[in-house]
Ligand binder design. Structure first.
Ligand code: COA
Length: 143
């Protein structure tokens, strides 16, 4: 599985992958473009035709926040997300981060299992953080 840094020209394809991955919770094309342009972001894509998935982290000082991770349903369970996560972690460390943080819905079992398998630990719960009253788990991994 190869990943590469996303370019501005990837914006429309990333929005399409995001829609496939997140459905009604997808980001708008404008939100994806903003993410690509935002300061301190590291955005990677899992290459393929069409793109298989994408991940973005925001690095600030010694902390990196995973802002997005999505894989197209047809490309799931083939370690695409794991590769994206490992590669953004390496890149975040190179950019100075020493820990990576994320928020995940406590009922998102595939994502939770992936994060637990890749060394993230739960450090906090944000009650009723998501629409519908679902809690968010805050997870952290040292880099
Ligand atoms: C969560 C998501 C990114 C996982 O992508 P993926 O490419 O299928 O994940 P991987 O194949 O790299 O799987 C890595 C690990 O995740 C877990 N996993 C993946 N799919 C799973 C599933 N359907 N059920 C349970 N665990 C699953 C497994 O632990 C797997 O490890 P294994 O390969 O040793 O079994 C993908 O399901 C997705 O895009 N979901 C919708 C968007 C989303 O929820 N993003 C995360 C927001 S916090």
């Amino acid at each position: 599985m190869t990943t590469r840094t996303a370019a501005p020209v990837d914006a429309a394809a990333l929005a399409e992958v995001d829609a496939a991955a997140f459905g009604t919770h997808a980001w708008s094309a404008a939100a994806v473009e903003s993410e690509l342009a935002a300061h301190g972001r590291i955005v990677l894509v899992a290459d393929g035709t069409p793109l298989k998935g994408w991940a973005s982290v925001a690095v600030s000082g010694d902390a990196a926040d995973l802002t997005r991770l999505g894989v197209r349903p047809q490309a799931r369970n083939a370690e695409v997300a794991r590769s994206l996560l490992e590669d953004v972690a390496v890149r975040a460390r190179e950019a100075g981060a020493r820990r990576i943080l994320l928020e995940v819905a406590e009922d998102n079992h595939p994502a939770l299992r992936l994060y637990e398998d890749t060394g993230f630990v739960r450090i906090a719960t944000r009650r009723r953080y998501y629409p519908g009253g679902v809690d968010a788990l805050v997870m952290e991994r040292a880099l």
